[in-house]
Design a protein around this ligand. Structure first.
Ligand code: ADP
Length: 207
């Protein structure tokens, strides 16, 4: 498949001139911004491995693993799961991949972003772009109250708490990646096709 293995040609002292580096993209955005929908499209269209922390945590809960049990109480309150649990989970997941990787729901704190930079470095990767899917809070609340996927954290109080946590803990990453020249902003209010056109451009463009 044409896009099965996308490589970015970048000039960096670490990789040397024109070294081929697998793309590593992260999707940022509030709950309900459509990260999961857009990530699935990027996976199918461009061959990214899709690593979604929320999905991995829900799978761990279903299995009843130690991680799943520890994560459950935080998730049901709308709180973030402690950084060290998430970083350990993602360190393992990233280690298993050797093509383009799309991170969905990670990092969510600046501590996670710093830890991620170390993990990527260990695997001779670096962040290619952070794509922010921007959606205002009122649209988020409307969308999530309209979807019923049976998630235990989709009730109105938990959604409001997840939004508060997003603004406090995760939004600082917008500045974090902007300072590093990696931020790409997408208007997430349109329909999924319109949003995808912007996401695809941001995710495949060379830095
Ligand atoms: P949403 O983007 O709609 O909030 P997710 O499926 O990405 O949904 O996440 C669901 C929950 O999983 C979060 O509210 C949080 O409790 C936990 N979680 C997911 N990713 C992380 C992360 N990177 N750090 C800490 N907790 C996380």
């Amino acid at each position: 498949m044409l896009h099965r293995r996308i490589v970015a040609l970048r000039r960096s002292p670490r990789f040397g001139d024109d070294a081929a580096v697998d793309l590593t993209i992260t999707l940022l955005g509030p709950p309900g911004s459509g990260k999961g929908t857009q990530a699935t499209r990027l996976r199918d269209d461009l061959g990214f491995a899709h690593l979604a922390t929320g999905d991995l945590l829900r799978a761990a809960r279903k299995e009843g693993s130690e991680l799943g049990r520890r994560a459950a109480e935080y998730m049901d309150r709308g709180d973030l799961v402690p950084d060290e649990l998430i970083v350990a989970l993602m360190r393992e997941a990233i280690a298993r991949e050797d093509g383009p990787v799309l991170l969905d729901g990670f990092p969510r704190t600046t501590a996670q972003a710093d830890a991620l930079a170390g993990v990527l470095d260990d695997h001779d990767r670096e962040m290619s772009a952070a794509v922010l899917i921007d959606v205002p809070d009122d649209v988020v609340v409307e969308r999530i109250s309209g979807r019923s996927q049976g998630r235990s954290d989709d009730n109105p109080e938990t959604v409001r708490e997840r939004l508060r946590v997003y603004h406090r803990e995760t939004e600082p990453l917008v500045g974090y990646y902007d300072e590093r020249g990696l931020l790409r902003r997408v208007d997430g209010r349109g329909d999924p096709d319109e949003v995808y056109a912007q996401v695809r451009r941001s995710a495949s463009a060379e830095g």
